[in-house]
Design a binder for this molecule. Structure first.
Ligand code: GLP
Length: 241
């Protein structure tokens, strides 16, 4: 695993955006696996800035997002569909048909998960998967205890994730209780993985995930087994190493 230490959030965002840019420049028709959460927002902002300067072209890029809440429609401002449009897709020249997220409004979990798995395969797999990390070590919505061999599946969110995400909703009751997510197996099949982390509140989990034992109790720890992982984190997130 390569670790890049950034000074702060802005520096982390720029360093990580450089890695995504390099991927897009080297392979203009690459498949990017994208993530939501607050951590990658600065990275997306940086990509938009470089796009506006004429340094990046997304016209052939394909994207697949990690996860989506089950039961939220695309126009709900808390859906990941909405987030991706707000933070990236609406500001760059990526064709709408090249962007993909699980369909949160599909009630048939089995159908949706199979279709999303097939879609990723039909694109030839993910070239670069971007990840954030939850406080309990979750990646995508793979919560502690999830088996490492799962493809796209429907998960019941843990109380701690519902708590962490309730700040975006009117109340904890409004946070959806389920989500569709790429499984650990899907994530591990990406050719390259880029993980971003920022802030002191992530320091403990960054230490446990990347320097502790590999265990389903800390889903991100499985990344230690992948042969091309880059962690870009700021000093605060690396302060417990
Ligand atoms: C959410 C997302 C994850 C994300 C995590 C951390 O639950 N499903 O993909 O990595 O939260 O989010 P943040 O970056 O806001 O700390």
């Amino acid at each position: 695993m390569r670790i890049y230490k950034a000074k702060d959030y802005v520096d982390m965002s720029r360093k990580a955006a450089n890695i995504v840019s390099a991927q897009v420049i080297m392979k203009p028709n690459c498949v990017l696996g994208l993530a939501t959460g607050s951590t990658p927002i600065g990275l997306y902002k940086q990509l938009v800035e470089w796009y506006n300067k004429g340094d990046l072209d997304f016209s052939e890029v394909m994207t697949v997002n990690l996860d989506e809440y089950k039961g939220l429609s695309r126009d709900n401002d808390q859906s990941y569909y909405y987030f991706m449009h707000q933070n990236l897709f609406d500001h760059v020249n990526i064709p709408a048909e090249n962007t993909h997220l699980p369909n949160g409004m599909e009630p048939d979990s089995q159908k949706e998960c199979q279709e999303y798995t097939n879609l990723i395969q039909s694109l030839g797999g993910v070239d670069l998967q971007l990840l954030g990390i939850g406080h309990n070590g979750h990646i995508g919505f793979n919560e502690p205890g999830e088996a490492f061999d799962k493809q796209v599946h429907c998960v019941n969110l843990t109380q701690s994730t519902i708590e962490a995400n309730k700040r975006f909703f009117a109340s904890a009751d409004d946070v959806p209780k389920q989500a569709y997510t790429m499984g650990i197996k899907t994530i591990m099949q990406a050719k390259k993985i880029l993980i971003v982390a920022s802030g002191e509140d992530k320091a403990e989990i960054v230490r446990d995930a990347f320097f502790g034992p590999i265990t389903p109790k800390v889903p991100a720890s499985v990344l230690q087994l992948h042969n091309d992982v880059t962690l870009v984190a700021d000093e605060a997130a690396l302060s417990k190493l």
